[in-house]
Design a protein. Structure first.
Length: 227
C-alpha cells in the first residue's frame, strides 16, 4: 500500500544561511572611540589593526576622523597636513570632523588662540587644494551612521569621488559653499548669484555678506588673508 502524504502538513523550512557581516577595518588607536561600539551595534564585524593611513577603511573609502578639538590641535601642529597628504593615496577618501553639536568650531573664544577665519581658510585648503571631501557629524553615533551608509552602498551606486567628478563647475562651487556649517543650499545659491565665485565671496565685506544672507554672514565671514 502506498503511503499517503498529508498535504496539509507544513514542510520544514530550511534554515537560512547567515550572511557574513560587513567588515570595517579600524586603526587600533581608535579603540577608545565610541564610533567602534556604534558600528558593532549596527552589525558590523570590527577588525582593529595598525593602519598606516587613515583611521577607518570602509569598503573602498579611507576615512580620517577628527573631533573638533583634535582637528584644531592637529591643524596647529601641522600633523593634519601630513595625514591629508597620505590620505590622497586613496582614490576614495573622506575627512570627518565630529562633534559640531558638542563644540563650536568657529568660536571667537577658542582656547588655542586660533581665529575663526584661520579655521575657515584651512578647511577651504583641504577642499580646494587637496581635493578631500569633508563631512561634519554631530556625534559618534552620527559618524557611524554615515559609515554604515558607505559600507552598505550598492556596487552600482556612484562612489563619493565619482559623484564629485560628475559635477560641472557651477555645481562644484555650490557643493563647496553649502558644505560649511550654517550655510545650506539656499544661502549658497544666494551667495553665488550675488558674488559669482568663491574668491569674490571671500573678498566680500561683512556688510555685503549681511545684505545677502543676513545673520548667517557671521558664520561665513571669510577673510582674504586667511584663504
Amino acid at each position: 500500500m502506498k503511503t499517503l502524504h498529508n498535504i496539509f502538513t507544513s514542510k520544514k523550512s530550511k534554515p537560512k544561511k547567515e550572511l557574513p557581516k560587513p567588515k570595517i577595518e579600524i586603526d587600533y588607536r581608535e579603540k577608545n572611540s565610541l564610533v567602534a561600539s556604534e558600528l558593532a551595534k549596527l552589525g558590523f564585524e570590527i577588525e582593529f589593526k595598525e593602519l598606516k593611513v587613515a583611521d577607518y577603511i570602509v569598503k573602498d573609502v579611507a576615512i580620517e576622523r577628527k573631533t573638533v578639538s583634535d582637528f584644531i590641535s592637529s591643524m596647529i601642529n601641522r600633523r593634519l597636513i601630513n595625514q591629508i597628504e597620505e590620505l590622497k593615496q586613496y582614490e576614495n577618501k573622506l575627512l570627518i570632523i565630529e562633534g559640531i553639536d558638542e563644540q563650536e568650531l568657529y568660536s571667537d573664544e577658542n582656547s588655542d588662540g586660533v581665529s575663526p577665519n584661520s579655521i575657515r581658510g584651512f578647511l577651504l585648503s583641504i577642499l580646494l587644494r587637496h581635493k578631500i571631501p569633508t563631512l561634519f557629524t554631530k556625534n559618534p553615533k552620527d559618524t557611524a551612521k554615515f559609515m554604515e551608509r558607505i559600507a552598505r552602498k550598492k556596487e552600482n551606486e556612484m562612489s563619493i569621488r565619482a559623484v564629485k567628478k560628475s559635477l560641472d563647475k557651477k555645481e562644484q562651487m555650490q557643493f563647496i559653499v553649502e558644505g560649511f556649517p550654517g550655510i545650506g543650499p539656499k544661502n549658497a545659491r544666494k551667495l553665488l548669484e550675488k558674488f559669482k565665485t568663491i574668491q569674490e565671496i571671500i573678498n566680500a565685506s561683512q556688510e555685503e555678506l549681511q545684505n545677502t544672507i543676513g545673520k548667517k554672514a557671521e558664520i561665513f565671514n571669510l577673510g582674504k588673508e586667511n584663504y
